[in-house]
Design a protein around this ligand. Structure first.
Ligand code: ARG
Length: 438
């Protein structure tokens, strides 16, 4: 390890204690490193604006920060155990290249606000990816809700219940993913605040140009209170994981449907070959492993969320406990997003087996239609229900799935899916996204 930023003369560092303090932190900092560099540039420019580094020093520091980013991307610079963390690595490199100018870079900041700003920028990028994945999934669901109106059984308790349709199934998940997108957008708006310039959590005796770094880093607002900046570490991570969890929970239920629907027993859906795998021993098998891992992804997201929540039993002010939240968000978003990002392609290439679905619609599944028709004609519903129960097995006589669906006029039902309304909501998501990018 290179010299520690905070090392005191004559104090021996026990390597086992050092390993415990650092853990996998430096490896996790690889995720944050480019954001840390961008934030360091903004910090240096801010220092120049209040005369704490000269314009020439600022230009040199910016150039070296860009070079470090390029070397990191190309692999010429590796962030490893030589450094305590990514923050130390940046300062070490600037000092090695520029001497005094490098030693000035930490003026007015602490690793406490440095890690906050880097992880905040990282979280914003993850939420943007979450928004894109949810919006793309909603798009495919909407397209397929317009295009496929095949009858299929609707289940409750996994028992055949009433006639449903592929359009209803897709419209349901479309609306879900639209709401997931909105929630991710709201969460992005919540966390879109600049903590840089709050230093260790109590401000500094310098007129830092925090409004400049806010605008330079593309934050929507300043996070004003240094104490709140520290309180928001973990809190914002948790909010982001909750937004992710909402979407991955929908994905889990969708994946559950698909893993049932692709069994021989249902036979409703076939998955494209690219989304299935073979067995190492059973030559006959094609397995829906991708769908199963999509379903399992929720476990990683839920664990990450739980871990951050557990870490947050803390007093105010910076506490080293919060370092562990980096592992949670990297793991949770890594698995959750990669699952969600595969979903639009999978949904677009699902093939329904119309005959199998029609074959699974049995006569008794019209009994609810029968009872409600009677009720509409004036029979008290409970009486109509009892009469329909007696003859449930024959309820389908003279009826077709298409006619049942055509009569499902309650708003949102198969005859009134309100796809135009869902389209308008989806377009509204895009408008919010354009505002974000502008
Ligand atoms: N690795 C640390 C973290 O993630 C960086 C901040 C260290 N600050 C400190 N006061 N020790 O929290």
């Amino acid at each position: 390890m290179s010299d520690l930023l905070w090392q005191k003369k004559g104090v021996e560092i026990d390597p086992r204690i050092m390993r415990f303090l650092a853990g996998s932190d430096v490896v996790l900092d690889r995720e944050l490193f480019l954001h840390d560099i961008v934030a360091s540039r903004a910090h240096v420019e801010g220092l120049a604006r209040i005369g704490l580094v000269s314009d020439a020093e600022s230009a040199n520091l910016s150039r070296e920060l860009d070079a470090l980013a390029a070397d990191f991307k190309s692999g010429a610079f590796v962030l490893d155990e030589r450094f305590e963390d990514g923050h130390s690595a940046i300062e070490a490199r600037l000092t090695e290249r520029l001497g005094d100018a490098g030693r000035k870079v930490h003026t007015g900041r602490s690793r406490n606000d440095q890690v906050l700003v880097a992880s905040r920028l990282w979280l914003k990028a993850q939420l943007e990816a979450l928004i894109d994945a949810c919006r793309a999934s909603a798009r495919v669901c909407l397209d397929r809700a317009h295009a496929d109106a095949l009858p299929m059984p609707g289940y409750t308790h996994l028992q055949r219940a009433v006639v449903s349709s592929t359009a209803m199934w897709f419209a349901g998940f479309a609306e879900s993913f639209i709401d997931d997108t909105r929630r991710a957008q709201d969460t992005l708006a919540l966390i879109d605040a600049n903590p840089l310039g709050t230093a260790a959590g109590y401000g500094v005796n310098l007129p830092l140009d925090r409004d400049y770094t806010t605008q330079r880093l593309g934050f929507a607002r300043l996070q004003i209170s240094p104490i709140y900046a520290q309180l928001s570490r973990g809190k914002f991570e948790l909010a982001a994981l909750e937004a992710l969890a909402g979407a991955v929970l929908d994905l889990r239920r969708l994946a559950w449907d698909l893993s049932l629907f692709t069994t021989a027993e249902y036979g409703f859906v076939s998955l494209p070959a690219a989304y299935t795998t073979g067995s190492s021993i059973m030559p006959n098998k094609r397995n829906p492993d991708v769908v199963e891992l999509m379903r399992a992804s929720y476990a990683a997201v839920a664990a990450a969320r739980c871990e951050v929540e557990q870490l947050l039993s803390l007093p105010s002010g910076y506490q080293r406990d919060l370092q562990f939240s980096k592992g949670s968000i990297v793991h949770g978003f890594g698995i959750g997003l990669s699952a969600l990002e595969l979903l639009p392609g999978l949904l677009a290439s699902l093939k329904w087996n119309a005959d199998a679905m029609r074959g699974a619609i049995e006569s008794s599944m019209y009994a609810t239609d029968v009872a409600i028709e009677q009720a509409a004609a004036g029979v008290p519903f409970r009486d109509a229900y009892r009469a329909a129960a007696e003859t449930a097995a024959d309820a389908g006589q003279g009826r077709t799935p298409e006619a049942s669906l055509a009569a499902r006029v309650s708003p949102g039902g198969a005859a009134d899916l309100r796809l135009a309304e869902l389209e308008a909501r989806w377009t509204g998501l895009n408008k919010a996204a354009l505002g974000r990018d502008a």
